[in-house]
Design a binder for this molecule. Structure first.
Ligand code: ATP
Length: 236
C-alpha cells in the first residue's frame, strides 16, 4: 500500500444474481479527502459504500483502510455510516439511541457528547421522545448524530440529504465542512449537485459500475462537469 493512501480500492467487482453492480472500481483516497460521488440510479454507488463499510463482500477486488500512527489499529470502529437505513431503534428515545451506540463504541462519559450532537442536529428538545414518533427527516437527523457518535475518521454518507429540510441540509453541509477541516476522510453519495459540489474537494461519477470521472473540485469547470453528468445520466 502506498504511504499516502488512507483508503485504497483495487479492482472492485460485485455481481448480484442478475446484475454486475460494480465492474472494476479503482480508487485511492488520502486522509482528509472528501469525495462526492454522483451517478444515475443503479450505478452501483450504494453497493460501493456498503462494501467499504464492510457490510457487503465484494465478488472480487480489495478495500484497504490504513489508520496511520495516531489512530488505533481497529480503524473499522472509527467509521461512521449514514445509509438508507437509519439503524435506529424505534422504541428507544433519541437520547437512548445515542446512549446505546455510545455503549457499543465504549465511549466513556458520553452524556456531553450526546447533548452536543442532539443540539447540532436540532433534536435536543425532542430528546426524550421515541424514534417511532419522529418524522422521516427527524429520523435522518438522528441518524446523522448516530453516525458521528464514534468521532469517525472515515465517514460514509449515502444520500445524507434525503428527507432533510433546507435548514437541516445547511446544518449538515456546514458540519461536513467542519469535519473536512478536521482532516476526516469522507465519501458522500448524493444526487444533490449543489450540495456535493459546495462541500467536497474531489468529485467522481460512477456509471454502470465504473468510475467514469474523477477530478479535484478545483480543476472542475462547472459547465463541462454538468455536460459529463448529464451525458452519464442520459446514457443509463
Ligand atoms: P440509486 O441512485 O438508485 O440509489 P445506486 O447507484 O446506489 O442507485 P445500487 O443500489 O448500488 O445503485 O445498485 C446497483 C445495481 O445492483 C442495481 O442494478 C441494483 O438493482 C442491483 N442490486 C443492488 N442490490 C441488490 C441486491 N441485494 N440483489 C440484487 N441486485 C441488487
Amino acid at each position: 500500500m502506498d504511504d499516502t493512501a488512507f483508503l485504497k480500492i483495487q479492482g472492485l467487482r460485485k455481481s448480484y444474481e442478475y446484475v454486475d453492480a460494480l465492474r472494476g472500481v479503482d480508487l485511492t483516497l488520502a486522509r482528509g479527502d472528501f469525495l462526492c460521488l454522483f451517478g444515475p440510479n443503479g450505478a452501483g454507488k450504494t453497493t460501493l459504500i456498503k462494501i467499504v463499510a464492510d457490510l457487503l463482500k465484494p465478488t472480487s477486488g480489495t478495500v484497504e483502510i490504513t489508520g496511520g500512527p495516531d489512530l488505533d489499529s481497529d480503524i473499522r470502529s472509527r467509521i461512521g455510516l449514514i445509509s438508507h437505513q437509519t439503524l435506529l431503534y424505534d422504541e428507544l428515545t433519541a437520547r437512548e439511541n445515542l446512549q446505546f451506540y455510545s455503549s457499543i463504541y465504549q465511549i466513556p462519559d458520553p452524556d456531553d457528547k450526546i447533548d452536543s450532537l442532539l443540539h447540532t442536529v436540532g433534536l435536543y428538545n425532542r430528546r426524550e421522545e421515541r424514534v417511532s414518533t419522529f418524522s422521516r427527516g427527524m429520523q435522518q437527523r438522528l441518524s446523522i448524530a448516530r453516525a458521528l457518535i464514534n468521532d469517525p475518521v472515515l465517514l460514509l454518507l449515502d444520500e445524507p440529504y434525503s428527507g432533510l429540510d433546507q435548514f437541516a441540509a445547511t446544518v449538515l453541509s456546514n458540519h461536513l465542512k467542519k469535519l473536512h477541516a478536521q482532516h476526516r476522510t469522507i465519501i458522500m453519495v448524493t444526487h444533490n449537485l449543489t450540495r456535493g459540489l459546495e462541500t467536497a474537494d474531489r468529485i467522481g461519477i460512477l456509471s454502470e459500475g465504473r468510475l467514469v470521472y474523477l477530478k479535484d473540485r478545483d480543476e472542475i469547470d462547472l459547465p463541462s462537469f454538468e455536460d459529463h453528468y448529464l451525458m452519464h445520466m442520459e446514457t443509463n
